[in-house]
Structures are given as structure tokens and as C-alpha cells.
Design a protein around this ligand. Structure first.
Ligand code: ZN
Length: 418
């Protein structure tokens, strides 16, 4: 048996949803094109060619069977390698914690040209039930809380606005029809849920009329949210004036514009719709989603199910943000840590200018590392590697990493668990 390595270079591929950026405009496609000997279809030696007429949405870097990753040298499915050496490559702690030998997280690079479906990812109980009932649509029993870190300017709808703010907007004439009949003195989450349901259940004509009425108002009518009438036509052009996702996102949700380095945290059952930009996303290992807007009617999941699963956290833009802290295992202090309130993963980001160095102490569980930008000489324990832009590595538990950045500096993202 060949001895195990501290790191393994991987080959990753991307999927092609209609909301992805086109051709070489897509960062996920650009990064895929840098995977060694890879045509994006299977473990072979063809080179990935970017088709300028195709929308490339997400490069996946985990061991989920929908879009697996392969070890670059051997062509072996990474999951097969992990299954052969679980103790060494996943670590006993991680196996005990999750009860399996898979990576508990799934990192991705997303390149977003237009709104993704308005969605939530069901919590563990609901996911387990849906997986049992419809295994073809819900392909695992797990929850899928996620984080999104901006690589470019990143626009997103995330969580709900504060209740008082929504109540004010709902007093606009065109929106009164969506208010529940029984009104309480204070607008609360139950009423908000009724509004969400009413908007999502509206027929095309009602949504279209509301859209027209809203866009004929002036920006100052929107209580500080003067982006609403400006953004509405863009969303209507991407989908339709009759898409109820328009009303839910514009009126009820926080519209956020993040700059590179800023991050969002979406809890299980948290409502979100990403709108534009390139991001690193990482989630608990799951592919479950309920969609209700910004997609054709036939692709929308049941409104009742969607509304019954909804959580009302976060409830302000501030609550959506995932802040970074200094990473305590960084020797040179050039690494930040994003730690969402989850057992499945943390994400660290190292940024180096030309010639700068960083060393990272060992972690007890497995990591997935992406050279997002630039290059470096990397040492993984005593193994030396030329780390090139776009390269993705599996990092075994107990591996110390050291980087010295090349001419264009280096940006590395690494997800890990322990
Ligand atoms: Zn999502």
C-alpha cells in the first residue's frame, strides 16, 4: 500500500444552471479550467474547454455524489480514498461526531449573473422526512446551513427586515391586499408568515398589478428603501413581472451589498436569494432546497411546506453578517477565521502580498483548500508544492501548512472541521 500524503490535489468540476455567469466571465468556469487534466465530466485526461455560450454556476469541492471530486494523480474518487483510510484522512473525532466517513461540509465557488431561486434549506427533521418521501428530489437527510463569502461585490437578499420596517412598507396602498384579515396591534412573525404565504400564493395577474403599482411610486415612498423601485425592473426582466419572488424579496427581505471579504450566514430554514457576484460558499453536506420564487411556476415547491418550514432568524441586515476574527493558529497573523455557529465547518482565509509568508498550525480534522487567487510555494508538513491559482487540495488531519506568496500574491480559502 502506498503511504498516505499530507495533501492531495483534486480535480473539481462545475454545474451549469441558467443563473450562472456566461463562458469565461464565470469565475467558477475559470477555476475549473485550471483543474489538471479535467474535462469536467469524469476522471480522464481531457482539458476542460470553456464554452462561451454556456452559463457556469458552481464549482463544487466536496465529496457529494452529484458532482464528486477526484484525486488528480490517481483519478480516484476522493470519497473512495477517504473510505479506505478513514482514521488517517477524516480522523476519529470527526467520524465520531458525524457518524460517517464523509466530509461534513461542501465548499463551492459560485458565479452569479442573475437571481437564484428564492429558497430555504430544510432543517434536519424536515430534510429526513422529505428524503424518505421523495428521495429523487431530496437526495440526503441532512440540513444545509450555509455561509457565503464575497470575492467580488455581492448582492443578496437575506433574512427578513425588522418587523416595524416591514409593517411600514405594508401600509403602502398596493401592498394592503397582502395583509392578513385579522390584524393585531403589533405586526408580528405570525402575520409576516401570513403575508409571505399570501404573496407566494397570488396568481400571476395579482403579482403583475402589484408590480406595476409599486414601480409607479417614487423612491421616497419606500421608507428609506428607495432601491425597491430601481431593483424591481431588473428582477422582472430576469424572471417575470408576475414572479412572486419579486414581492417577497423586495418588500420583506434585507437587500445586502457585500464587498470582498464580507460574509453572510444563512441558518437552516433561513430565507435567501443571491442576486449577483462571485462568492465562496460553504454548507453542511447536503443538497436539499425548497424553491418558491425566481423560477418557473412548475419548479416551485409547495407554498404551504415552504411557509411551515420558514424561520424568522435573521431579522435585520446586521444579523445576516458573518464576521471574521483573527485565526489563532496563524503564525504571521495574515489569516482570518469565519466561524458560523455550526459543528460542520469553519472557513479560514489567508491573504498574502508578493513574497509574504504565513504558517498555519495543524488541525484535528480534514480540510479543503482552494488557491483562489495568485500562487505560492507551499509546504505541507515536509512536502513542497508549487501552489497555482485555482488548485484545490484535500488536507489531511494533523498537517502543518506554510506559504510563501508568488509574484501576484496569494489568496487561499480553506474549509475544515475538527
Ligand atoms: Zn442556499
Amino acid at each position: 500500500m502506498a503511504s498516505l500524503e499530507p495533501v492531495y490535489q483534486l480535480k473539481c468540476s462545475c454545474n451549469q444552471y441558467p443563473w450562472g455567469k456566461q463562458g469565461s466571465n464565470s469565475l467558477s468556469a475559470q477555476l475549473c479550467a485550471k483543474q489538471p487534466g479535467w474535462d469536467g465530466k469524469g476522471p480522464n485526461d481531457k482539458t476542460f474547454q470553456i464554452d462561451e455560450n454556456t452559463s457556469y454556476a458552481e464549482m463544487w469541492m466536496g465529496t457529494y455524489p452529484v458532482l464528486p471530486v477526484y484525486v488528480a494523480d490517481s483519478g480516484e474518487d476522493l470519497q473512495d480514498l477517504l473510505d479506505k483510510h478513514p482514521k488517517e484522512l477524516i480522523g476519529e473525532n470527526t467520524i465520531q461526531k458525524f457518524g460517517h466517513t464523509m466530509l461534513p461540509y461542501l465548499p463551492k465557488v459560485l458565479s452569479i449573473a442573475k437571481a437564484l431561486p428564492l429558497q430555504i434549506h430544510p432543517n434536519k427533521d424536515l430534510a429526513a422526512r422529505l428524503h424518505k418521501e421523495k428521495p429523487d428530489q431530496f437526495t440526503d437527510p441532512n440540513h444545509k446551513p450555509e455561509i457565503a463569502l464575497a470575492l467580488s461585490e455581492f448582492e443578496a437578499f437575506c433574512g427578513f427586515k425588522p418587523l416595524a420596517h416591514i409593517a411600514k412598507l405594508m401600509s403602502l396602498e398596493p401592498l394592503k391586499r397582502f395583509m392578513p384579515e385579522i390584524t393585531k396591534p403589533d405586526f408580528d412573525d405570525q402575520q409576516l408568515k401570513a403575508v409571505v404565504r399570501k404573496m407566494l400564493e397570488s396568481d400571476d395577474q395579482t403579482v403583475k398589478e402589484t408590480y406595476e403599482a409599486l414601480t409607479s411610486l417614487s423612491g421616497s415612498d419606500f421608507d428609506g428603501d428607495d432601491y425597491i423601485p430601481k431593483l424591481a425592473p431588473r428582477l422582472a426582466e430576469q424572471y417575470s413581472e408576475a414572479d412572486p419572488g419579486l414581492l417577497v424579496s423586495l418588500i420583506l427581505m434585507n437587500f445586502m451589498v457585500l464587498q470582498p471579504g464580507e460574509g453572510l450566514y444563512i441558518p437552516a430554514d433561513g430565507i435567501h436569494a443571491y442576486l449577483s457576484g462571485d462568492i465562496i460558499e460553504c454548507m453542511a453536506r447536503s443538497n436539499n432546497v425548497l424553491n418558491t420564487g425566481f423560477c418557473p411556476r412548475a419548479e416551485r415547491d409547495n407554498v404551504e411546506l415552504f411557509c411551515s418550514a420558514l424561520t424568522f432568524t435573521p431579522h435585520s441586515p446586521e444579523e445576516c453578517m458573518l464576521k471574521s476574527t483573527k485565526y489563532d493558529r496563524s503564525k504571521e497573523g495574515k489569516t482570518l477565521r469565519y466561524a458560523p455557529p455550526l459543528a460542520e465547518f469553519d472557513m479560514i482565509v489567508t491573504e498574502l502580498k508578493k513574497g509574504e509568508k504565513e504558517s498555519l498550525g495543524k488541525v484535528g480534522g480534514p480540510g479543503i483548500l482552494l488557491a483562489t487567487k495568485g500562487s505560492a510555494s507551499m509546504k505541507a508538513n515536509d512536502k513542497s508544492i508549487e501552489l497555482k491559482e485555482g488548485a484545490v487540495y484535500f488536507v489531511a488531519p494533523g498537517t502543518e501548512l506554510a506559504f510563501e506568496a508568488g509574484a501576484k500574491g496569494l489568496q487561499v480559502h480553506m474549509a475544515f472541521v475538527e
